[in-house]
Design a binder for this molecule. Structure first.
Ligand code: 6PG
Length: 505
């Protein structure tokens, strides 16, 4: 019996995606350069399938894998982004892959690489990209999938991706979950939608990760203030996070943050968070988002701040030295009443900041969509982020509704619901940022979100002075508020040695 799908790359994500496919009735031919991984997935399949026939067939070469598949072949890759993807593609060409066969890249690839690959492999096979979010558990029991590329390939891949995607209850927008091997969720709305031409899916996933960085940083800042400013223990902060997780801040990241804070280190008996080195790692997707925002000219400062916050965390030795030399402010003592008020302020600050982060992410996607002609559907994107992915949150349902009500919404902040939410909570947001600033506790994401909000709602910015400066030293010209848009003006400013006021031409 031939297999339905070929799977290459059996690391944690690849292995789990394969088992997820198997749970949905697909027979998979698997290959990995590391033969022990092929053996491991076959063992796992034997354990999970019971008396049923093997669902996973191990292969020792690319040629053997192709030979085991029904034509036209469908092959899914889960290999590290970058050169390994091309390495596998070239081996598949050598092994005889055909022009009608489809190769789906599910790694965290740079979106421009996907665009180039579609061109490079044209005529040899159809290169299709599907970004995956959800980590190990999502891959195994339902992920959020962002497919893009050849529309004909999509018609062939759609049922496969719909099967392995996370599912949402269409009435409530809440995830429908099962974490039992062999018993997948088969009902509900799948968190997989065709995003657009190749590259668009990986772009959207990249922005998802930028939002993820900012979301994580905001939670960390709230923790930092509670810990260092309000003198709370990790377990006390975890208790607050668990309460927050029941309301508007309900999210996967909030839940896992509480769990991290509750964890005790086996070796020392200390809270694990105090044992973990405070240097944040990064694989690059947040950085790509910030770089793209700068290139597109889309203000996504909170996402960029979240990347910088990781950068400054990595300067551990310098920070330790600086502490001895650069004093901040005394942290004032707070009584219980003040503490409760401060915690509520942090809650509201986190909520308002989160709205701004999503506003930035969606605005970035909108500008990129215009630039590349992708015609992204933001209601659909918000929908597939409601379950399976790392940023899944109850909040995504409100974003879905905002874009369903107005598919031309220029910015989430202009949606009546979100505008009213910020109006209600901004006092506490400002208070939380001010308090942290006065205490000398960094809150770069929260304060940058507030600055984004204040810049966005400011009808006259000092960019007029900036334009004057540019015209002064470089004759860069400026537009006038009283003349038609697009007309450029330049005046003769005073010359060196003649410090007179400018003469209007
Ligand atoms: C996801 C995650 C996933 C990965 C991050 C980690 O959506 O499943 O975003 O893609 O865990 O890329 O990124 P960093 O190592 O850069 O934090």
């Amino acid at each position: 019996q031939r297999c339905d799908i070929g799977f290459i790359g059996l690391g944690v994500m690849g292995k789990n995606l394969t088992l997820n496919l198997a749970d949905h009735g697909y027979r998979i031919a698997c290959f990995d350069l590391d033969q022990s991984k092929v053996d491991a997935i076959q063992e796992q399949d034997a354990k999970e399938r019971g008396d049923a026939p093997p669902r996973v067939v191990g292969c020792r070469s690319y040629t053997e894998l192709l030979g085991k598949l029904e034509a036209p072949h469908l092959i899914i890759l889960s290999v590290p982004a970058g050169e390994p993807v091309d390495h596998v593609c070239n081996h598949l060409i050598d092994a005889g892959i055909g022009a009608d066969d489809i190769v789906v890249d599910t790694g965290n690839s740079l979106w421009t690489d996907s665009v180039e690959r579609e061109q490079r492999y044209k005529g040899k096979f159809i290169f299709f990209s599907t970004a995956v979010s959800g980590g190990e558990v999502g891959a195994r029991f339902g992920a959020s999938l962002m497919p893009s590329g050849d529309p004909y390939a999509w018609t062939r891949i759609e049922p496969v991706l719909h099967a392995i995607a996370a599912k949402v209850d269409p009435k409530t927008g809440k995830p429908l979950e099962s974490f039992e091997p062999g018993k997948p969720v088969t009902e509900g709305e799948p968190c997989a939608t065709y995003i657009g031409p190749v590259g668009a899916g990986h772009y959207v996933k990249m922005v998802h990760n930028g939002i993820e960085y900012a979301d994580m940083q905001l939670i960390c800042e709230a923790y930092h203030v509670m810990r260092s400013g309000l003198g709370m223990t990790p377990v006390e902060v975890a208790r607050i996070f668990r309460q927050w997780d029941k309301g508007v801040l309900n999210s996967y990241l909030m839940g896992i943050s509480a769990e991290v804070l509750e964890k005790v280190d086996d070796e020392t008996g200390q809270p694990l968070v105090d044992v973990i080195m405070d240097k944040a790692g990064q694989k690059g997707t947040g950085l790509w988002t910030a770089v793209s925002a700068l290139q597109v000219g889309s203000p996504a400062q909170t996402i960029a701040q979240a990347v910088f916050a990781r950068s400054i965390s990595s300067l551990k030795d310098e920070r330790v030295r600086a502490k001895a030399m650069l004093p901040g402010m005394e942290t004032p003592k707070v009584d219980d009443k003040q503490r409760d008020k401060a915690i509520q302020a942090l809650h509201d600050a986190l909520y308002c900041s989160k709205i701004c982060v999503y506003a930035q992410g969606f605005q970035l996607m909108e500008l990129a969509s215009q630039e590349h002609g992708w015609e992204l559907d933001f209601a659909e994107i918000a929908k597939i982020w409601r379950a399976g992915c790392i940023i899944r949150a109850v909040f995504l349902q409100s974003i879905t509704q905002a874009y369903e009500q107005n598919d031309e919404l220029a910015n989430l902040l202009l949606d009546p619901f979100f505008a009213s939410q910020i109006q209600e909570f901004q006092g506490n947001w400002r208070r939380a940022v001010a308090d942290a600033t006065l205490m000398g506790i960094p809150c770069s994401a929260m304060s940058s979100a507030l600055n984004y909000y204040d810049s966005y709602r400011c009808d006259v910015l000092p960019a007029s002075l900036l334009q004057g400066q540019r015209d002064y030293f470089g004759a860069h010209t400026f537009e006038r508020v009283d003349k038609p848009e697009g007309r450029k003006f330049h005046i003769e400013w005073s010359q060196p040695g003649q410090p007179q006021v400018a003469i209007k031409r």
